[in-house]
Design a protein around this ligand. Structure first.
Ligand code: HEC
Length: 186
């Protein structure tokens, strides 16, 4: 078989040689275009949560984050299947996590990559949404929850809006790098 293939490409070369203007471009195109690019793209997915910490899936700060939440930009993220009672102080809840955090948890991470985020919808007893709790890992300094941004809005009041919010980190330090929802999501 090998010999046959070599014979074939020699034959092609000969043809190319015979008509250089018309055919020169074709063999070199075929040689270049063989899909190397795909392999690289897939391989990178896990590795570069650290790469660009500026490019998060969501904004921080009430002024930008509140409208982002109102628009439900997180609605396509992996999520719990429905509203349930919080095992903590959060009332009735439903949690969404972004793909960065989902991939890390799938890999049994205990130090989630920068860019990991969770959005938790908060509901009243009639399951009407009243707000959100949010956490986003903005840096990796392992300092008592300072590397997470915390946000909580309930009705019109914003109860947390910043890194290392003390009303959040104490309880969440019991979690897996501050993430406390059972995983896989239920
Ligand atoms: C007294 C404990 C406690 C405090 C204080 C607390 N939480 Fe939580 N939080 C939990 C528990 C437990 C969960 C797991 C899901 C559930 O049952 O609500 C959770 C879940 C979350 C989630 C979903 C992601 C995850 O970690 O599971 C977010 C986001 C969140 N909390 C944000 C906050 C913010 C922001 C504050 C501070 C304003 C805060 N929490 C304060 C106990 C707490």
């Amino acid at each position: 078989m090998k010999i046959l293939q070599i014979g074939f490409s020699l034959a092609l070369t000969t043809v190319v040689g015979a008509a250089p203007l018309a055919l020169t471009a074709c063999p070199s195109d075929t040689g270049d275009g063989d899909g190397d690019g795909d392999g690289d793209g897939d391989g990178d997915g896990d590795g570069d949560g650290d790469g660009d910490g500026d490019n998060f899936d969501l904004p921080t700060g009430d002024a930008e984050l509140a409208p982002w939440l109102e628009a439900e930009n997180y609605s396509t993220w992996p999520s719990e299947s429905g509203i349930h009672a919080s095992s903590g102080p959060h009332g009735r809840v439903m949690t969404f996590i972004n793909n960065t955090l989902d991939a890390a948890l799938t890999d049994n991470s205990s130090d989630h990559p920068v860019g990991s985020a969770a959005v938790k919808e908060l509901f009243n007893s009639n399951d009407e949404r009243v707000g959100w709790a949010v956490m986003l890992k903005t840096e990796d300094n392992d300092a008592a929850g300072d590397d997470w941004y915390w946000y909580l809005k309930n009705g019109t009041s914003v109860n947390a809006d910043g890194n290392g919010a003390s009303g959040c980190t104490g309880c969440h330090s019991a979690g897996n790098d501050f993430f406390t929802t059972p995983y896989p999501l239920q």
